[in-house]
Design a protein around this ligand. Structure first.
Ligand code: CUA
Length: 328
């Protein structure tokens, strides 16, 4: 029994500690309007819950210490007032306050603002397609947003249900096939924020991550302007050969690169690939070594990924890497 109790305590401590790392995208360390509002409600619920716990614990201790009554009674409280207040009035008041606060917050957080930035995110198996309506920019797994301006993220799926969650910026919202959902929030602080798929969506659900890069308005506008241009031609012999290999081989059937004959729409658009920080929706860092493994056998890094192994020579792989890493 003792060892079981020790094991439970150790396990519980480990679970709590695991959520406390500095790098954890804690929903209580907020950097967006919607997340702040949600965190406020969380603290209110925590405070009320803690209050109820303290009162109940007090009465339990009190009953133990007090024990049997001196008058020979069994010590039980018989007064109906306890039932009425503790069982009806107080719970109704607490739940009433929470209902008003949450319904109000839900309404406020859905309000559109003039001049909001439109972003369109489509959940794929198992990555995120990101587009900016009205521009030619399409990317994957990295969403750039300007700080201080409301964003309206349209969420769609053409396969199964996913859920979009960036804990430090906003609440979760599902991507449901056949239904267009809109998530609105205003990111506050420039920085990089971790996002996850929060709905089980198949074998690679756990590797369906993304990042949101919040930039100052100036930096964001500069990025947007540059990315609307067709990428410059590959630089160097290896990269030039790599482009030829990529657009003439099977790669071009699934991937698009703006300004080239590669126009596939099955896999992620690779137009700004060299700028991305990770490969495979935050599965591994974007390094030439990881990219080589990914091209030759993506399954070795992300089993179940829909990218098939590419039958390429070492030289072709090296050239394709030189080309892709230069796309910025
Ligand atoms: Cu997509 Cu879980």
């Amino acid at each position: 029994m003792r060892s079981t109790r020790v094991a439970v305590v150790v396990l519980a401590t480990a679970v709590v500690a695991a959520g406390c790392g500095d790098k954890s995208p804690s929903m209580l360390k907020t950097h967006g309007s919607e997340a702040s509002r949600i965190a406020g409600i969380w603290w209110l619920m925590f405070g009320l819950g803690a209050g109820v716990y303290a009162v109940v614990a007090f009465f339990i201790v009190w009953a133990i210490v007090r024990g049997r009554r001196a008058d020979g009674g069994d010590g039980r409280v018989s007064d109906n007032m306890w039932i009425v207040w503790g069982g009806v009035v107080v719970p109704v008041l607490i739940l009433g306050v929470l209902a008003v606060v949450t319904v109000q917050a839900t309404t406020d957080l859905r309000k559109p603002e003039a001049g909001a930035l439109q972003v369109e995110v489509v959940g794929k198996r198992w990555w995120w397609q990101v587009g900016y309506p009205g521009t030619s920019v399409t990317t994957a797994n990295e969403i750039r947003l300007p700080a201080g301006r409301q964003v309206e993220i349209g969420l769609d799926s053409d396969n199964v249900v996913h859920s979009f969650w960036v804990p430090q910026l906003a609440g979760k919202l599902d991507l449901i096939p056949g239904q267009h959902n809109i998530l609105r929030f205003t990111p506050r602080t420039p920085g990089t924020y971790i996002g996850e798929c929060a709905e089980f969506c198949g074998v690679e659900h756990a590797r369906m991550g993304f990042v949101v890069i919040v930039q100052t308005t100036t930096d964001f506008d500069r990025w947007m302007t540059r990315h609307q241009l067709t990428p410059s031609s590959p630089d160097g012999e290896s990269a030039i050969e790599g482009e030829v290999t990529l657009v003439t081989q099977a790669c071009a059937g699934c991937h698009a690169i703006r300004g080239t004959p590669a126009q596939g729409t099955v896999g992620p658009d690779l137009t700004d690939f060299g700028e991305r920080t990770t490969i495979g929706a935050r599965t591994v860092p974007n390094t030439p070594e990881n990219l080589a493994k990914w091209i030759v056998d993506a399954q070795s890094l992300k089993p179940g990924a829909l990218m098939p192994p590419m039958p390429m020579s070492d030289r072709e792989v090296k050239n394709v890497i030189a080309y892709l890493e230069g796309l910025k």
